[in-house]
Design a protein around this ligand. Structure first.
Ligand SMILES: [Zn+2]
Length: 487
């Protein structure tokens, strides 16, 4: 399969360091606020990349840090009269909660910067010993010009970078390009003891030390938003190169930026949206579907109008799975299955082909929707004679392929019939078991019987009791069934 390596600006055949295994790292958030949907797009992209690699059979180890000490956290804490640790803890939990709501898989390893100070200090000491870093006052800086490989990740030339570079006031670096590995503590800031005096690590130092500690260098894939390519990833790679004489990663992957209705998202434009705000209004499946219609490297245009459109598409997809499952358990099965079997095989092949081409999720979705259309046509044509095996295979394929994209359909979404149906069926249909699905069948059969006997009062009572549980009765070619009522 082909993966775009941003370091070389081209797609390359995926070759792993260890056969069948992939170690990947994606820079996590600085936890001072709810994350915005631009960050969410990056984390979603790498969630799908990870899911697809696992689907392909790779054993993936995925690490993502939490930057829980940073100027932004300290500023927020000062504004709110709290400690930086309190702010970081609140937004670490908020981040984890929103990631789970968005159906993003937890990382295998989630190191926190404040718990990794020792590993960072070891790396800094090694850089100083090797002449790649120097101490000024209580600060430690990385000497960019002494790093032979500087510029390899972002393709920048050190002399070009000098143009526009400047030394901020109160900085004592030797060269404007140098960056802080360790920052001396200012009054009131969180700090840790170190050989260079009390202070805290620089942001670029964190990821590098954690990758080395938890995954080992080089890793297979390092990811983040395209705004992290320079200077963050460049500085991470420079430290690894000078500390351990190893590349940090073999493949660098960066996600495109997100725009809102064609504009850059910003608080001043009033189009700034947090993931929480969007997930409070729309299901995770819909937000994922919208974002995955655009390739992860391309700019993504987000809008609530597009999201409304996607919600309808998603409903049709969910309906298709429901209809296939229903047909599988209720149709006679006498019909031909060739057309649907062929559509399943085509969808699987097209999905793999698209995703093998640098995770082309738009192509993957097109394969899923192609199968949906073919399945709907098949069900219309076959009616009550649909083949159970073919319907089951098609429903399984839709659920599985959508699941690789983290879009959970049908049973995978955990949509079960309410347990209260068992009690209703006992009351109205003499049902004595304890299965909600059987209870639903018993209630529908009882209602059918009542209607056949023109016992409208009983038929209506059953319908009303079912409606009280938020369910509606839908009549189909193969008989009646229960479904959730439209909101
Ligand atoms: Zn990072």
């Amino acid at each position: 399969m082909l993966v775009y390596n941003d370091q070389y600006h081209k797609k390359q055949e995926l070759e792993t360091i260890e056969p069948g295994k992939i170690r990947m790292y994606v820079c996590g958030p600085t936890v001072y606020d709810q994350i915005h949907i631009g960050n969410a797009r990056t984390f979603l992209s790498f969630d799908v990349i990870r899911r697809y690699l696992v689907h392909k059979g790779y054993e993936v180890t995925f690490a993502q840090n939490l930057t829980d000490v940073d100027d932004k956290i300290i500023n927020r804490a000062n504004e709110q009269g709290r400690t930086a640790a309190e702010v970081a803890e609140e937004y670490s939990q908020a981040f984890i909660e929103q990631m789970r709501r968005f159906n993003i898989l937890d990382p295998d390893i989630r190191p926190r910067a404040t718990a990794e100070i020792e590993a960072m200090q070891e790396m800094i000491s090694s850089l100083i010993e090797q002449g790649s870093a120097y101490v000024v006052g209580g600060d430690v800086y990385f000497s960019v010009r002494d790093c032979k490989t500087y510029g390899i990740v972002s393709g920048r030339d050190v002399d070009q970078l000098m143009v526009g570079a400047r030394i901020e006031e109160n900085e004592d670096k030797r060269d404007p390009l140098d960056f802080a590995l360790w920052k001396a503590a200012k009054p009131g800031e969180p700090s840790w003891e170190s050989p260079w005096g009390p202070g805290r690590p620089g942001w670029h130092t964190e990821c590098c030390a954690m990758i080395h500690r938890y995954l080992g260098c080089p890793i297979d894939i390092h990811g983040g938003g395209s705004d992290l390519s320079f200077p963050h990833h460049e500085n991470e790679a420079a430290q690894a190169s000078c500390a351990w004489h190893e590349p940090l990663a073999n493949i660098w992957m960066h996600t495109g930026m997100l725009q809102v209705s064609g504009d850059k998202m910003s608080k001043s434009l009033g189009n700034f949206h947090t993931l929480k705000e969007v997930l409070d209004r729309y299901p995770a499946n819909a937000v994922r579907l919208l974002m995955l219609q655009t390739h992860y490297r391309s700019p993504l245009d987000f809008s609530f109008e597009r999201l409304d459109g996607v919600a309808g598409t998603l409903e049709r997809l969910e309906g298709s799975v429901t209809n296939l499952r229903w047909a599988a358990s209720h149709a006679s099965g006498a019909g031909d299955d060739d057309a649907l079997d062929a559509a399943v095989a085509t969808a699987r092949a097209e999905f793999a082909e698209a995703m093998d081409d640098d995770f082309n999720t738009a192509g993957g979705l097109a394969a899923i929707f192609g199968l949906m259309t073919a399945a709907n046509t098949y069900l219309d044509d076959a009616g009550a004679d649909a083949s159970a095996a073919a319907c089951t295979a098609a429903a399984d394929a839709l659920v599985e392929l959508a699941g690789v994209l983290g879009i959970m359909l049908g049973e995978a979404a955990g949509e079960a019939l309410p347990e209260e149906l068992v009690g209703l069926a006992a009351e109205h249909a003499g049902y004595a078991g304890d299965s909600a699905a059987e209870a639903a069948e018993a209630l529908l059969a009882a209602r059918q019987e009542a209607r056949a006997e023109k016992d409208w009062a009983r038929a209506d009572a059953i319908r009303d009791a079912i409606a009280a549980l938020g369910l509606a009765i839908e009549d189909t070619a193969a008989g009646a069934r229960l479904k959730a009522k439209e909101q």
